[in-house]
Write a protein that binds this ligand. Structure first.
Ligand SMILES: *[C@@H]1O[C@H](CO)[C@@H](O)[C@H](O)[C@H]1NC(C)=O
Ligand SMILES: *[C@@H]1O[C@H](CO)[C@@H](O)[C@H](O)[C@H]1NC(C)=O
Ligand SMILES: *[C@@H]1O[C@H](CO)[C@@H](O)[C@H](O)[C@H]1NC(C)=O
Length: 294
């Protein structure tokens, strides 16, 4: 056989896996009513399934819905209208109103203020401040490497990192968005995250790594990638197609990437859109909440 034919056969064998992208979903326009209502916040059913557009403006809100809290600190009621407002910590005068979401914290002088030093906080606020920890009677900044006991090695030492116990028994600072392939030195975390740990390295699982028939459904094969698995009678392998999925589970098991067609097949949607594409995600989360009420 010639080389390119072999290569072609090799490619066929290796590319035949059904994968889903957990960060994407079918465009609303392709969904039926049942599927559409499962995508609350992204899609809405009228007589067809439509993409929800958030043409959000403070000025459309009545006074009752215009508080800082209820708009995610985007709007405020002033004299007789709802207007855009950018809040600062000093706008808040009670401990209960001092919003952590704006990185404001209630300090020892009884003021809602931006972070400046861990020493500014009482015990009951300290644990909520990213990068601080209450140790031997004082709120102090958390340094992972100064912790020597595994059961004390936890908490975020910065906005983007946290303390984790490493395989060589040290408390180390690790990115909060670390994925399987970043965890070679963190066996316990690797296993807790559903990754595979072998020969001192941490990797994503393949279907073949699932041992029982019960576990043989989907494997997390990449940061956003999921591979459909199938039990072949004795072991778990990559599924060759979606024929085992049903009208009931096609949409949900495919991470909303596939849908059930009129002729009874589970097929990939022709248009996949990303989770956060329709609008700013902060605004989205506020208005998903409003959509539930409306
Ligand atoms: C506005 O606020 C009121 C009272 O909190 C609530 O009942 C109503 O559902 C809200 N309306 C919208 C559109 O969120
Ligand atoms: C609390 O915050 C106020 C306002 O920023 C500041 O003047 C004061 O020094 C702070 N007190 C402490 C104990 O950090
Ligand atoms: C929509 O499709 C699902 C399969 O994804 C099916 O179970 C359901 O009955 C359909 N609903 C309507 C209203 O057609």
């Amino acid at each position: 056989m010639n080389k390119s034919l072999l290569l072609f056969i090799g490619l066929l064998a290796t590319t035949y896996a059904v994968t889903f992208d957990a960060s994407m979903h079918c465009a609303c326009e392709e969904l039926n009513q049942t599927e559409c209502t499962k995508m609350m916040g992204y899609c809405k059913w009228t007589s067809t399934c439509e993409t929800v557009e958030y043409d959000f403006s403070c000025s459309s809100l009545p006074q009752a819905n215009c508080s800082g809290k209820s708009t995610g600190y985007l709007c405020a009621w002033e004299t007789s209208e709802c207007v855009e407002k950018s809040y600062s910590c000093s706008d808040f005068t009670a401990a209960d109103d001092c919003p952590r979401s704006l990185k404001c914290y209630w300090n020892k002088s009884g003021k809602c203020a931006e972070f400046s030093s861990c020493a500014d906080y009482d015990e009951n606020i300290c644990y909520r401040v990213t990068g601080c920890k209450y140790i031997s009677g004082a709120c102090a900044s958390l340094t992972c490497s100064s912790i020597t006991a595994e059961n004390e090695c936890y908490g975020q030492d910065s906005e983007t990192t946290e303390c984790e116990w490493s395989t060589n028994s040290k408390c180390e600072s690790l990115s909060v968005s670390a994925s399987c392939t970043d965890l070679n030195n963190f066996q316990k975390k690797c296993e807790n995250e559903g990754c595979k740990y072998a020969t001192n390295s941490c990797s994503f699982k393949t279907c073949a790594d699932n041992t029982g028939e019960q576990e043989c459904r989907i494997s997390k094969s990449g940061e956003n990638e999921r591979t459909l698995c199938a039990w072949d009678g004795s072991k778990c392998a990559d599924a060759a197609d979606t024929s085992k999925l049903t009208a009931e589970n096609c949409f949900s098991q495919s991470y909303q990437n596939y849908r059930w067609t009129a002729d009874g097949k589970c097929e990939e949607c022709s248009d996949l859109v990303s989770e956060g594409s329709s609008s700013n995600s902060v605004i989205l989360s506020v208005f998903v909440a409003l959509a539930f009420i409306a």
